[in-house]
Design a protein around this ligand. Structure first.
Ligand code: ZN
Length: 696
């Protein structure tokens, strides 16, 4: 896809996406009622009306299931029986397995091709759309590779977008093999390994093989031959991957469109696709991102004039936000800026990094002196400046957002500035709202804003075109390659189904198509294609540092975020079962305690009662469990909410004292011992009360 803006760590989740999360609305309305204020704690503490214990338990279960469901949208194979199947098949069939990219929106794209003793992985991306607290992105679960890692000969990469390469720094060190790709793609691969947050394991060395897609070079990889075919997309160096196997030829299109007039004049190599088709293609694996779009995608060159026009009219500085890897469009802006005697400053770490790589490898033509450091912008004349930056999706920490909010080190947007958003918000991402807030802030400052979606309203030409094909081009890909079998990949299930319909219209028999999901094993002979099993599949979650985060931790975070936490700290005298002080209550994200004195007093009374009634009758572990249930029940009854409840029970006196203390007690009076205990307890209590109650 072309829609992953950059590889910078995302800030903690903003709260404006809440509705995109499945499950939460669907809890019978119990937890989401407005006016969730605390009820009336019963003064007598004796009889309580309203919610039964069963209802409280059910409500808590529902809350936990909701959190689980949110967290489980992204789950490793080990957490789910159905995705853990142990698949072994040594028959001489070609096996194609989508470890990622076969459902959801088509991200963390990763296809495995396996034949007897050889295997090749095509693409290994990440999924930046994961919307969970503290999670930066997801990668494909690679448990299955443990079984076959001795077979792995290569990673072959279609193009350098993160949803096709972002998983590599996690996966390749565990399952080492050389990475094959075009010059630009390999440049991108090296870039993301260099910028990866965590150190590589000892002895790991990144091996890359740069292939020439213009000469139709073919390299032997195990039992396979690999070839790249040039294709147009929204990043330079995009290719189809051709894999000749003992069973037959397969083609993975990667992301593509057929742009007849690309800015870099590097058209799709349609002649080669036709040749390959004439020689015979066993299976076409075609990306499916925008199969639902009719007609043809307009050429990138249709937007060139729009930039020239805007630069002509803009009274002051110009800021252009776009996807960080879209170097052809940056080249377009460079050309227009030179034409209008403007200098260019660039901001956004990921974009600068990709530009440096593109210039180093000769993909960009930039005359000396065209670029100026972003720090110089403030001292230059307004009409001499174009700033190219990330942030066209309204990402909260992006360069453009910081400039709009006045938080940028060098630049604050002001009246007479012009901002061009040269992308459209990614569908279903929640970015729509983010962009809206950002544009509002700009308009309040009297900045001229050109949004791609409003270009007709603003009476300028188009400001963005998609990097993906529309229906006619998807159909042409099938016509050119004439495959026997058709496998839609890299897209949502429903969209892949449309792709199958399209293939059938192009003459592919329905029996020769398959809509497989992640983990399903597609087996191919020259005569037959069928799904023969399932390997483990799922999502591994990664945080801002690049470290993997356990699914259980994420579930707790979701619960904490939705319901908050209440810790109750009590200290009980072992000998007589009496509370030594009033229970301490710590809450985070639940209710504001100072405004709920009544509820807090009621809760303290409940805790006292529970201690009196139960502490001496049952063992400590059992007591903690019952106390937790009791508090949960009480809080639900009063507030209709089920926070995480953590009881902390300190027992003083008797056997729980350390040996040393017991020894000391022999030489001290009972009063002294009591005073010491009291002091220790005070310290512990202070510690507990001052520490942050957030737990992971
Ligand atoms: Zn892409």
């Amino acid at each position: 896809m072309d829609n992953k803006p950059n590889n910078e760590a995302r800030p903690p989740r903003q709260n404006n996406r809440g509705n995109g999360r499945g499950g939460r609305q669907n809890n019978g309305g119990q937890n989401n009622q407005s006016g969730r204020s605390a009820g009336r704690p019963d003064k007598s503490g004796e009889k309580r009306s309203g919610v039964s214990r069963g209802a409280a338990v059910r409500a808590q279960k529902r809350t936990q299931m909701d959190a689980q469901r949110v967290a489980n949208q992204y789950m490793p194979a080990a957490a789910d029986e159905s995705r853990r199947a142990n698949f072994i098949d040594d028959s001489p069939r070609l096996k194609i397995i989508g470890l990622g990219g076969m459902d959801g929106g088509g991200s963390k794209n990763m296809m495995l091709v396996e034949y007897i003793n050889d295997a090749v992985i095509i693409d290994a991306g990440n999924d930046l759309s994961v919307d969970l607290p503290g999670i930066n992105y997801g990668i494909a679960d690679t448990s299955y590779l443990e079984q076959i890692k001795h077979k792995l000969r290569a990673y072959v990469i279609t193009h350098g977008h993160l949803d096709h390469i972002g998983g590599l720094p996690h996966i390749v060190p565990k399952f080492p093999a050389p990475i094959y790709g075009s010059k630009f793609t390999i440049g991108r691969v090296e870039e993301i390994f260099e910028n990866f947050g965590l150190p590589m394991p000892d002895g790991f060395e990144l091996q890359t093989v740069t292939m020439n897609e213009d000469t139709h070079e073919r390299l032997k990889v195990g039992e396979f031959y690999v070839e790249l075919v040039r294709i147009t997309h929204s990043i330079p160096g995009s290719t189809c991957v051709v894999l000749d196997t003992p069973v037959g030829r397969i083609i993975n299109t990667g992301d593509f469109r057929f742009d007849p007039n690309p800015l870099d004049h590097e058209r799709s190599d349609i002649e080669r696709l036709k040749e390959l088709g004439n020689e015979g293609v066993l299976a076409l694996l075609s990306e499916s991102t925008t199969v639902e779009r009719m007609g043809r995608t307009p050429s990138e060159s249709t937007i060139e004039q729009s930039f020239i026009d805007i630069m002509q009219q803009a009274p002051g500085r110009i800021f252009i936000g776009l996807f960080s890897t879209n170097m052809n469009r940056v080249q377009m802006i460079v050309n227009a800026a030179i034409h209008h005697n403007r200098k260019i400053a660039m901001d956004g770490r990921s974009m600068v990094s990709t530009l440096e790589m593109a210039v180093r490898h000769g993909f960009m033509k930039v005359p000396k002196g065209t670029f100026v450091p972003i720090a110089n912008v403030a001292s230059m004349k307004d009409e001499e400046i174009v700033v190219v930056c990330t942030g066209s999706q309204g990402e909260p920490s992006s360069a453009l957002q910081r400039m709009a909010n006045g938080e940028h080190r060098h630049i604050k947007l002001k009246e007479q500035d012009t901002v061009v958003l040269s992308s459209t918000p990614i569908p279903e991402s929640g970015n729509d709202a983010l962009v809206g807030v950002m544009v509002d802030n700009m308009v309040k400052k009297h900045v001229h804003v050109f949004e791609a979606r409003n270009h007709e309203l603003d009476k300028v030409g188009p400001l963005h075109v998609s990097g993906h094909a529309s229906q006619d081009e998807y159909a042409e890909m099938i016509q050119y390659t004439k495959p026997k079998f058709f496998i839609p990949i890299y897209g949502a299930y429903r969209v892949k189904q449309r792709h199958i319909d399209l293939a059938i219209e192009q003459g592919i028999p329905r029996a020769n198509t398959v809509n497989a999901v992640n983990g399903e094993v597609i087996a191919l002979t020259t005569e037959k294609m069928e799904i023969i099993g399932q390997v483990p599949s799922g999502t591994i979650l990664v945080d801002q540092t690049g470290a993997v985060v356990n699914n259980i931790v994420v579930k707790d975070r979701v619960l904490l975020a939705e319901e908050g936490l209440v810790a109750v700290v009590i200290t009980v005298d072992k000998r007589n079962g009496n509370l030594l002080t009033s229970p301490d209550i710590i809450s985070r994200g639940f209710i504001y305690m100072r405004e709920q004195e009544e509820l807090m007093n009621g809760l303290r009374n409940e805790v006292r009662r529970a201690v009196q009634q139960r502490f001496k009758r049952i063992d400590l572990d059992r007591f903690k469990v019952e106390l937790k249930d009791h508090i949960t029940h009480y809080l639900f009854e009063q507030t209709q909410r089920s926070p995480i409840v953590i009881p902390v029970v300190n027992v003083i006196g008797g056997k729980t004292e350390s040996a040393k203390t017991v020894h000391q007690t022999k030489t001290k009076s009972a009063e002294e011992v009591a005073a010491e205990q009291q002091e220790r307890f005070q310290k512990m209590r202070e510690r507990l009360l001052t520490q942050d109650a957030r737990v992971d």
